[in-house]
Design a binder for this molecule. Structure first.
Ligand code: 5GP
Length: 193
């Protein structure tokens, strides 16, 4: 199996990673999204197997014990997220490159494991006030979810300190411009321009 390339998008919740990754997936047919496992509950607009594999805690723990994850994190207290080794192999078998939307620790772990064929991008929001507003808007659609905005903001403050360890930092002030820059960086990485 030929190893493809890996594009790691990291950054705080609410930074715009998901919107940017949707844009990249529609722009680059040779990219495929790495579907992670999570123990959090499913949101209204999400599908099992497309956005995440939604697992019970027991099933997640059993996958940890049997070494099925290339990386996993307790991203929020009692909420686990992880990338299956098999997901990576599956995508490479299709001769595609992989796009990850993953938290900062997980992103850095992947970068360390695959230093030669990965590109890491940190999506930054330089104002906690803006982040709070975005998370609040989103929380209106996910009332059933247990992760509260303050927990996400605390994590965001800590995560911003790790931005310098990524290959690129994109300040997401204007979404159109951020998408444009991301497309340019990835185009260079994939096609070597
Ligand atoms: P959300 O619950 O908002 O979908 O995701 C919460 C955080 O978990 C986001 O920062 C997201 O990028 C991250 N995340 C998603 N999948 C994974 C994964 O497989 N591993 C790690 N470490 N973080 C992940």
């Amino acid at each position: 199996m030929k190893k493809g390339k890996m594009i790691i998008l990291s950054g705080p919740s609410g930074s715009g990673k998901t919107t940017i990754s949707h844009c990249l997936l529609s722009k680059f047919p040779e990219l495929k999204f790495s579907v992670s496992c999570t123990t959090r509950s499913i949101r209204k607009n999400e599908k099992h197997g497309k956005d995440y594999y939604f697992l019970s805690v027991n099933s997640f723990i059993s996958k940890i014990k049997t070494h099925q994850f290339v990386e996993w994190e307790e991203v929020y207290p009692n909420l686990f997220y992880g990338t299956l080794k098999n997901e990576i192999f599956k995508i490479w078998k299709l001769n595609k490159h992989i796009l990850f939307d993953i938290d900062v620790k997980g992103g850095l772990n992947l970068k360390k494991k695959y230093p030669n064929n990965s590109l890491s991008i940190f999506i930054m929001v330089n104002s906690i006030k803006i982040l709070k507003k975005r998370l609040f808007t989103r929380s209106c659609y996910e009332k059933h979810n247990k992760i509260n905005i303050n927990t996400r903001l605390d994590k965001a403050r800590k995560e911003n300190n790790y931005a310098k360890l990524f290959d690129y930092v994109l300040f997401n002030i204007d979404l159109y411009q951020t998408k444009k820059k991301a497309i340019q960086i990835i185009s260079n990485f994939i096609y070597g321009k």
